[in-house]
Design a binder for this molecule. Structure first.
Ligand code: SAM
Ligand code: SF4
Length: 409
């Protein structure tokens, strides 16, 4: 089963939110607003994954083909809630379709959902519109349809270039397909991101180097590289517990991170968040940056989380329960919490520490500011950057980011 939802306060059926805080100064622009659309379907479940996603046999009668219209109904509901709660109309800065596997749906359905988002809120100038895609779920015509509909970016779950590593991860795609899908996406005019996972049981440094090389040969605009996390309740966790496969090694994962950072840096990809590199600032994922820097977003779909003003809430997880609530015209939210100023400040430090150039030393609480000299002395944050006023992790600091955050919070 996918991971559990947090425990919070009950969410009202009408979804109404507390009125927005008054701006601190009349010149303050409202926060940027992003839309996340979750598509909770996968053809098969990968052994390491605990995302809220369902294969055909787990759907309890829900039809994937009905999903786009339910998601569009939630958009209409969302616009009504925001207006009734006193939020000003804001065009969408970013839209992100994630999963699950959004590209299991026909391209026309993704286009219809994007069209509904545009009709509901409008898209800001230069809005970024991304979909995640599994490499075996798209072809040239599919990607062209997305680009024609207004998508600007596609993020492929490549994970590795090595067949044995992909087999351990239970990925279904042939790595030889990556150059084709990247080429089709670029031909359609889409920005391309590739996701990698490192530290898979049995993966060697040489295997990892092959994946890094393959990414660079494909010249994407953006790369994400994630250390494999063994999530409770997954098949991978059971395999490790029974001794069938070895647990990922922290030391090897650190060596892998260093290799990736050196190779990406040498090829013009700058890190801008601990797990993300972009070929120039214009190719950073603005949607993900929105989560980290504290923009508002509405998450559509089963299990999606939203954060607007000072309220965070989460939707019911199963697509059948979600469909029922949407059909009844009720909020699909099952829990919510209010984030007060001190919790927001803590989260700000937690998230911004991992983003390059985002955390001003002057914005830290006095206790955290007193840690800065020690963090520089320990080689965890960059001295010259701190003198210029921002807290930037060094390479060592990125490897020990959680420890840095603990010292600052
Ligand atoms: C929701 S998934 C991806 C979308 C798409 N279904 C796919 O798998 O290609 C987003 C990304 O999260 C990463 N991911 C998922 N589970 C992970 C785990 N247990 N450890 C590390 N990264 C993980 C993968 O790199 C994946 O591409
Ligand atoms: S395809 Fe993506 S979302 Fe689906 S199970 Fe695999 S990693 Fe998870």
């Amino acid at each position: 089963m996918p991971s559990l939802l947090p425990v919070g306060d009950p969410a009202p059926a009408d979804g109404l939110l507390p009125a927005p805080d008054a701006p601190e100064s009349p010149a303050d622009a409202p926060r940027d607003f992003g839309l996340y659309v979750h598509v909770p379907f996968c053809r098969v479940r990968c052994g390491y994954c605990d995302f809220n996603t369902y294969t055909a046999t787990e759907l309890r009668g829900v039809k994937q083909s009905d999903y786009a219209s339910q998601a569009i109904d939630e958009m209409t509901f969302a616009a009504g809630v925001l207006a009734a709660s006193g939020y000003p109309h804001r065009p969408l800065s970013t839209v992100f379709f994630g999963g699950g596997t959004p590209t299991l749906l026909p391209a026309a359905q993704l286009a219809a959902m994007l069209g509904a988002a545009r009709d509901t809120w409008g898209l800001a100038d230069n809005a970024e519109v991304t979909t995640e895609a599994n490499p075996d779920s798209v072809d040239a015509a599919y990607l062209r349809t997305l680009a024609d509909a207004g998508f600007t970016r596609v993020s492929f779950g490549m994970q590795s270039a090595v067949p044995s590593v992909l087999a351990t991860l239970e990925r279904t795609h042939d790595p030889a397909r990556i150059p084709s899908v990247v080429g089709w996406a670029k031909d359609a005019g889409l920005d391309v991101s590739l996701d990698l996972i490192y530290g898979t049981p049995g993966e060697t440094l040489d295997d990892w180097q092959r994946s890094i090389d393959a990414v660079l040969e494909n010249e994407p605009d953006h790369v994400s590289a994630y250390a494999l996390i063994v999530e409770d309740g997954t098949k991978l966790a059971r395999q490790i517990r029974s001794g069938q496969v070895a647990a990922p090694s922290d030391d090897l994962q650190a060596d892998m991170y260093e290799r990736a950072d050196a190779a990406f840096g040498a090829s013009g990809y700058e890190w801008y968040e601990v797990s993300n590199w972009a070929r120039g600032a214009s190719h950073r994922s603005r949607h993900n940056l929105g989560y980290w820097v504290g923009h508002d977003w509405w998450g559509i779909g089963p299990g999606s989380h939203s954060y607007v003003g000072s309220t965070r809430w989460w939707n019911v997880k199963h697509p059948a329960a979600y469909a029922q609530r949407i059909a009844a015209g009720e909020s699909p939210a099952v829990g919510r919490e209010t984030i007060d100023a001190s919790a927001r400040d803590l989260e700000r430090v937690l998230l911004l520490t991992r983003v390059r150039g985002a955390l001003r030393v002057a914005s830290l609480a006095p206790g955290a500011r007193r840690e800065v000299a020690g963090l520089i002395a320990d080689g965890l944050i960059d001295g010259p950057a701190a003198l210029r006023g921002t807290l930037d992790l060094t390479l060592r600091g990125r490897l020990l980011a959680d420890a840095v955050v603990r010292r600052l919070t």
